[in-house]
Design a binder for this molecule. Structure first.
Ligand SMILES: Cc1cc2nc3c(=O)[nH]c(=O)nc-3n(C[C@H](O)[C@H](O)[C@H](O)COP(=O)(O)OP(=O)(O)OC[C@H]3O[C@@H](n4cnc5c(N)ncnc54)[C@H](O)[C@@H]3O)c2cc1C
Length: 496
């Protein structure tokens, strides 16, 4: 039985591990952290559970190709309750309240009622979101393994979504907003995504959400990662935690195994790097192999900015079940990293009563950050006391704004935790703390990477970096695709 070693037990690593076992390989995952899951995680503070990841998971709709992959790795199963939200979020802008309803007809009529003169632009927007609803993440096989017939079918099924991507992918949110006359609607489109994203990112997000294919599994991210871990073990995989890999051992441009941080060598027929791509090229392969596609992107952090965040979690004494899923509102500017924020936003976890003591609720803000903010936090982290103080300052500024906007919450918020881009980097090794792939900006060319490392055999990359926009679907699907490619090379029949 040939052996595969996987570096990293995030969603991509676990997915690759499960599929590897199902294909008949001996498989060991080495994970540097004490638990698997990578970014897909959660933790406890002061009796509250902080969900560190899933806002919504693409592929929750039964019958889709992606659902089948989630089901196979047991991230989702028949017992997993899927929580659907009525609204994507509520925005309070320019004195108006705008709810992004899952029901697109309701959203359309609300927007037209607010601004009849924007009817044509609103109608085009809603029509585009409806096209985006038809998008099913291709998850059966990697494109490079599709037959001509399958490719033609895929092309046909994705035709409208592809045309929409071509049309909207080159328009920034800022430009798109100018199509609308009403100041609140303009502001909505300017603030719907982090600065830099093209409007396509928003249209497709809303499309997937409103189609019912983007929801949240009960128990959240940690519970989902645990189910995947159990599935990996159940199919006979070996998971070694607290096991940082220091090097991919190479003999004559063929991966021969890995070397752990304690110097131990472990041989393998294939090595899959399911960890950060930069870590793989620079540290694990000691810079001996380069990848042009990644280099272009690393060298242009404007067009290929990397999304991260400052996460601030509060416990609230009080049940927020009547508050929206996500609340966003304008505030006095406050600085986070090197970014001036004028919108405050939080996700309300009232739908997960087990996350809080009785009668209480967790709320979490994810304040958008990019590479330039990472440098700020990284420098600050060198002085732990200053770093700690700055985290508290940001949390206090945010708390003040939330309490001003929702005066009934005043005195009821307890700070639970603050994570920065440096936290994400420390725990997962992610370059610049990025927890998605390169941003879909208007100037970006989407990278579809096969995971091959030029000049090196039997070693491949997998995970969030390989396809836009990253995230959990890309992680789980690329994990599967990597094993399918290995099966092809080994001439193993592996159709899943
Ligand atoms: C706040 C937040 C919100 C998010 N919201 C969503 C959402 O709503 N929907 C969505 O789809 N996605 C979301 N994401 C993104 C999603 O979590 C990630 O894109 C996805 O989990 C990446 O999975 P991965 O396996 O590719 O990489 P990772 O999760 O980064 O896994 C890599 C693993 O490799 C390990 N590792 C690194 N170096 C080594 C080494 N040398 N040796 C051994 N192990 C190593 C790491 O510890 C880690 O466990 C969110 C992420 C965050 C942080």
């Amino acid at each position: 039985m040939k052996k595969i070693i996987i570096i990293g037990g995030g969603v991509a690593g676990l997915s690759a591990g499960i599929h590897a076992r199902q294909a008949g390989f001996d498989c060991t995952i080495h994970e540097k952290h004490s638990i698997p899951g990578g970014h897909c995680t959660g933790w406890t503070r002061k009796g509250y559970h902080i969900d560190g990841c899933i806002h919504w998971l693409t592929g929750t709709k039964k019958g889709t190709e992606l659902y089948k992959v989630w089901e196979n790795v047991d991230a989702l199963n028949n017992e997993t309750e899927i929580i659907q939200f009525e609204e994507f979020g509520r925005y309070e802008l320019c004195g108006e309240k705008i709810t992004l309803w899952k029901d697109l007809n309701r959203l359309k009529s609300d927007l037209i009622r607010l601004s009849p003169e924007d009817e044509a632009a609103v109608t085009e927007f809603i029509n585009d979101v409806k096209i985006a609803q038809t998008m099913d993440v291709p998850a059966k096989k990697p494109v490079d393994m599709l037959s001509l017939k399958e490719l033609t079918q895929l092309g046909k099924s994705m035709k409208s979504a592809g045309e929409l991507m071509n049309k909207a992918g080159k328009i920034t949110c800022e430009e798109y907003a100018k199509r609308f006359k009403h100041p609140a609607i303009r502001k909505l489109f300017r603030s719907c995504m982090s600065e830099g994203y093209s409007i396509a990112a928003f249209i497709f997000s809303l499309g997937i959400f409103s189609s019912g294919n983007g929801a949240v599994p009960r128990g959240g991210s940690l519970a989902m990662a645990k189910r995947m871990k159990e599935r990996f073990k159940a199919v006979g995989g070996k998971l070694v935690t607290n096991s940082p890999v220091a090097e991919i051992a190479v003999e004559g441009d063929i991966a021969a195994g890995i070397r752990l941080a304690d110097g131990t060598f472990e041989a393998a027929d294939y090595v899959i790097a399911a960890c950060d791509a930069r870590v793989t090229f620079d540290e694990l392969l000691k810079g001996r192999y380069k990848d042009k596609k990644f280099e272009i992107r690393y060298n242009n952090p404007v067009d290929y900015a990397l999304p991260s965040s400052v996460l601030v979690a509060f416990g609230v004494s009080g049940d927020l079940k009547d508050y929206p899923n996500i609340s966003s509102f304008e505030t006095e500017p406050y600085r986070v990293g090197v970014t001036d924020c004028t919108i405050a936003s939080f996700k309300n976890y009232a739908y997960e009563p087990d996350f809080s003591p009785e009668g209480c609720t967790v709320i979490i803000s994810n304040i958008a950050q990019t590479d330039k903010d990472y440098f700020y936090w990284e420098k600050l982290y060198r002085n732990r006391e200053e770093y700690r103080k700055e985290k508290i300052r940001v949390a206090t500024e945010l708390q003040t704004r939330i309490e001003e906007h929702f005066p009934e919450l005043k005195g009821n918020l307890t700070l639970l935790d603050v994570a920065t881009p440096v936290t994400y980097h420390r725990y997962t090794g992610a370059y610049h703390g990025a927890w998605m792939s390169f941003m879909m900006t208007a100037n970006a060319k989407n990278m579809m990477h096969k995971g091959k490392i030029k000049g090196l055999k039997n070693c491949m990359l997998t995970g969030q970096w390989l396809e836009p926009p990253g995230g959990l679907p890309v992680a789980v699907v690329t994990g599967k695709f990597t094993i399918q490619r290995i099966c092809k090379k080994e001439k193993l029949e592996y159709i899943f």
